[in-house]
Design a protein around this ligand. Structure first.
Ligand code: NAD
Length: 395
């Protein structure tokens, strides 16, 4: 079929296998070309491995330290006239490249929150790897079905009082004010259930109980802080409450001994998840402009490769005074934030392209789904039915 982007709201419902493959290849090539830390882990489990920061973590693990990787994803294969999800194509490409490079890579597709998927992963580790020495937790999900069957839905709202600020309508590139309403106590609790640390801890406990995680293994989950303008929406909002819980969970996991848990505070980037947060996409477009001009812009792979080799697996982990890894170090530089602040106060629909890197935002958005990649023939008849080597074809 000829595969074209079909954008609905914050997502694109189609994905291009060749574009996804080319982008996975360029991420692999990037990591191969970087210096690598001496003591990288060798058997790495990545939860949420098909896109964004999780995919970049898996690639960094495999191509920095030659690690065997198991990825947990929640993606759909192609069916009928529907393409697969981009996470499916990314994973198919990653496994094929890893195999060609002699690296073990297998994937479990299903709901990472469920007991069933945890058991499948444990069986796979036991059978193929014995034990893992690192777990990366990079889930970004809108909902979670807990063990007792309760469905929790996360919200992207403020806490306490409404917040009004500028936002961008990416359909017509206009800037308007938006008022984000506060979450109810119930919504905050549900957001913490979905995006907090409870499931991360359940993974660690399950791996420990099954004796499939090494003593002194390392685990990391990802968070965001950002500047004042995004705080009511993010750090101080419902998602921020979940991230606070994630941070507290890291302390609990580490305090229990045998597994060292870290929070890495990452840079704001265009991913499928961040596109849905009000106000944040406008901040990201301005940030891209400033950081690209300063030559300090990084994408997911630059962030995760640097985290892997210069921070998390450096001779001693490099953290701030609270024990967090700060991959937002370049984003939060005072000169970057002061330039963003100035542009934020000036930006309007009329001067949008002068004040923000809107093309960069849209480019990254389409690339999430494998579109707009140099060298890919989008007019060509393309087979959408791509299989992931380690997943049986009856999926
Ligand atoms: P993403 O949407 O690109 O990736 C999320 C991954 O989770 C995907 O692979 C998806 O398939 C998987 N997933 C979702 N639900 C699942 C489920 N039930 N079972 C198994 N897999 C599931 O998101 P991202 O932006 O890379 O976010 C990853 C983490 O990084 C999140 O904790 C996010 O808060 C954090 N973070 C993101 C940013 C940003 O700007 N994007 C910045 C800092 C931190």
């Amino acid at each position: 079929m000829i595969i074209k982007p079909k954008v609905r709201g914050f997502i694109c419902t189609t994905a291009h296998p060749d574009g996804c493959k080319a982008l996975v290849k360029s991420q692999i090539d990037y990591v191969k070309a970087q210096p690598h830390a001496a003591n990288c882990p060798k058997k790495v489990l990545v939860i949420g491995a098909s896109m964004g920061y999780g995919l970049a973590s898996r690639i960094s693990a495999a191509y920095s330290g030659g690690a065997a990787t198991i990825g947990v994803i929640f993606d759909k294969p192609a069916s009928g006239s529907r393409t697969a999800t981009s996470g499916w194509y990314n994973t198919a490409a990653f496994e094929a490249f890893a195999a060609a490079d002699g690296l073990y890579a297998k994937t479990i597709n299903g709901d990472a929150y469920s007991r069933e998927i945890k058991e499948k992963v444990i069986d796979l580790i036991r059978r193929d790897l014995g034990k893992v020495d690192c777990l990366i937790y990079s889930l970004a999900a809108p909902r979670r079905t807990a063990a007792d069957g309760t469905l929790y839905t996360s919200v992207l709202k403020t806490v306490g009082k409404p917040y009004t600020n500028k936002t961008i309508n990416l359909k017509d590139n206009t800037i308007n004010d938006i008022t984000v309403e506060p979450a109810t106590e119930e919504e905050i609790a549900a957001t913490v259930k979905v995006m907090g640390g409870e499931d991360w801890k359940e993974w660690i406990d399950a791996l420990k109980a099954a004796d499939v995680i090494e003593d002194n293994a390392v685990t990391a989950a990802y968070s965001y802080i950002g500047p004042d303008i995004t705080h009511p929406m993010y750090a101080d909002g419902s998602i921020g409450k979940a991230k606070d819980h994630l941070f507290e969970t890291a302390k609990v996991i580490s305090a229990e001994g045998s597994v060292n848990a870290y929070i890495s505070v990452n840079k704001a980037l265009v991913t499928q998840s961040s596109a849905a947060i009000p106000i944040v996409p406008l901040y990201i477009s301005i940030l891209y402009k400033v950081m690209k001009e300063k030559g300090t812009h990084e994408g997911c792979i630059e962030q995760m490769c640097r985290m892997w080799n210069e921070k998390l697996f450096a001779a001693a982990p490099v953290t701030d005074e609270q024990g967090r890894i700060r991959m937002d170090d370049l984003e939060m530089q005072p000169d970057v934030q002061s330039a963003v602040h100035t542009l934020w106060s000036e930006i309007s629909t009329e001067c949008l392209t002068d004040c923000a890197d809107l093309d960069g935002y849209h480019e990254d958005f389409y690339r999430l789904f494998g579109f707009g990649v140099d060298g890919v023939d989008y007019a060509a008849d393309t087979d959408a039915a791509v299989s992931i080597p380690s997943i049986s074809s009856d999926e």
